[in-house]
Design a binder for this molecule. Sequence first.
Ligand SMILES: *[C@@H]1O[C@H](CO)[C@@H](O)[C@H](O)[C@H]1NC(C)=O
Ligand SMILES: *[C@@H]1O[C@H](CO)[C@@H](O)[C@H](O)[C@H]1NC(C)=O
Ligand SMILES: *[C@@H]1O[C@H](CO)[C@@H](O)[C@H](O)[C@H]1NC(C)=O
Ligand SMILES: *[C@@H]1O[C@H](CO)[C@@H](O)[C@H](O)[C@H]1NC(C)=O
Ligand SMILES: *[C@@H]1O[C@H](CO)[C@@H](O)[C@H](O)[C@H]1NC(C)=O
Ligand SMILES: *[C@@H]1O[C@H](CO)[C@@H](O)[C@H](O)[C@H]1NC(C)=O
Length: 591
Amino acid sequence: MAVATTLITLLLAASSAAQSIEGLGVSGGNGPRGGIGDGAHPVMRPQAFITDAKIPTAPNTTRQLAPGRPPRLVLHNQTSPTCDTRRRVVIDSSTGGAQQEMLGFGHAWTGSTVSVFQTLEDDVLDRVMQDLYGQGGNNMGFMRHTIGSSDLDGNQYTYDDNGPSFNQGQPDLDLSNFDIGPHGSAMAEMIARMGSYKGDVFLFGSPWSYPGWMKHNGLFIAPNLNEGSYSNLMNNSFNMQYIPQIIQYFSKYVDAFLDHGVSVNGLTLMNEPLNSQGGYPCMFLDAADEAAILAQGLGEEMHNRGVKVMAYDHNTDQPMYPMRVVQGAPEYTDMAAWHCYQGPVANYSVMRDFHYAYPDKLQFMTECSNYLPEAGSVNWAVAQNFIPPVRYGASGGTMWVMATNPDFGPHSPYGGCAGCLGSIVVNSSTTYTKTNDYYMIGQFSRFIRRGAVNYKVLEGMEGTTYDPNWFDLIAVKNPDMGWAVVFMNNLGSDQDVVLSFTEGDFEWEGTIPNATVVTWLLPSDQIVGQSGVLPLASGTAVVGTGTGGGTACPTTSSMMSSSSAPPTSTLKPVPHTKHTISVSSGSSSVS
Ligand SMILES: *[C@@H]1O[C@H](CO)[C@@H](O)[C@H](O)[C@H]1NC(C)=O
Ligand SMILES: *[C@@H]1O[C@H](CO)[C@@H](O)[C@H](O)[C@H]1NC(C)=O
Ligand SMILES: *[C@@H]1O[C@H](CO)[C@@H](O)[C@H](O)[C@H]1NC(C)=O
Ligand SMILES: *[C@@H]1O[C@H](CO)[C@@H](O)[C@H](O)[C@H]1NC(C)=O
Ligand SMILES: *[C@@H]1O[C@H](CO)[C@@H](O)[C@H](O)[C@H]1NC(C)=O
Ligand SMILES: *[C@@H]1O[C@H](CO)[C@@H](O)[C@H](O)[C@H]1NC(C)=O
């Protein structure tokens, strides 16, 4: 019976979503579908998991994916009318409320990640991989990696430098010197290890620059402005005469990774194509050129290899960019990719505009990072860059660097992010630390299965990303037809929540503690109906164990005082993530 139910629910889930993830080459198999909320592991009782936004000052002093008091079941409209201090959250569970399908959440493989993982003893590396990709770990299913080096890399290289150094290459017209080299091989081999934990991660690659010889300035990394070379920086752009070569470059890269057992599923043509500065691996590529490269052969080569093309890969302040790529190469642009670094905060509602223009294209938040987070501070970087993008159409998100050493590296000496934090800090060959970001990502990646459908939230949010205090949530229906609801409570006080759906007879009530991200897992209506636990006449019923009967209102005794008090707390905003550092003159020369 479970199998039959699963089939039906999968069909329902897929057919009701506006943007489908079908045809991405990863929807079957093991993958991040494997886990709680999939057809084989349906949610049988309500559960809550809590991560405190506070970065602990000592190990294990905050809640980190800690089981919380499960939400309690009540009959629709049966809660006491006197419970007016409670926050009413309403999900449009009708067909019209169904939005995009979800693909997954994850991180980026960088040179730093690979090199710190290489220092781990094998059994310790195995534990890290379980923590990141195992079903009992974060179960991440949507991953990015750098093609060649980025700033989070101790080495500087592309896959065809064709010269004595990364900045001294000569044109290699037939790409005969293409070689992913020791660093590329090491990355591919490390990425291939994901396969032991996860058959089916969606992996996409992004270059930080094309090889220097393909650019007008001939340089992988242009010198800093303070060295007086404006012209090099102005020419830090792709020389379009090398379109045949860049098509070969990407094709050879996909093939080389496949030779190492790694399937590349997606590609962004350039990380941050509008970011052109000195002292940092980057390259200007405007939207018309991105479209031209696709239309003149890259799109076809990638599609022949089953690789989806993701346009843009940069901040929300230039929303026309991905639209222009679609206009220039409509059949070869599959998705749009957005970053979070627009100051002071990303305006993800531009994704809704893109969705209206191109309803069949998927969207993702593909880069955001915590920056020098301090122990004891309150941090929302993950939740505030995963929840709004999903509301506006993202099928998933990747935070930036996955792992570093304790000094936020190894790092390029030539600039870039000097304080980007990942999920894992490797301290020694036998010791690593999971950061607050690790647990925050887990609030999403552990519970939102591939193929889940995001539904409209009609009521219950308060404030926006622009406000110091903010309550937000997303609600997805997993393939088991149960719900995963992720809340972030940055309002300054505990929030008693009554969650209801426009269709269905059940409501759920519970408390979202102050300064936390909480995920509720709710069984499907069918399982609640079959569980044989009838709602009490007084309005409250309980399924599962350990929750006891109880009254409909209030949900906690300590609650009433704090939730009736005005939210006075002024939370420290997430530090503005600056994606560059100034390199002091003298140490910044580029050879
Ligand atoms: C923190 O908790 C983990 C998991 O329960 C445990 O393995 C670890 O030893 C604890 N660390 C400290 C310092 O208590
Ligand atoms: C619950 O109450 C709302 C608002 O009063 C009403 O629109 C809705 O029809 C009621 N639902 C049920 C199942 O009684
Ligand atoms: C910049 O690029 C243009 C076009 O390729 C070229 O004519 C010019 O010499 C370049 N300038 C420098 C300083 O490289
Ligand atoms: C965010 O973008 C939308 C367009 O989608 C625009 O209407 C709105 O004004 C922008 N908000 C801010 C604060 O810039
Ligand atoms: C590892 O390094 C991080 C970052 O410096 C630090 O917070 C953590 O306490 C260290 N852990 C151990 C076990 O040394
Ligand atoms: C809520 O949490 C914030 C951040 O930790 C804190 O400053 C504030 O005092 C808390 N509010 C209450 C009512 O405890």
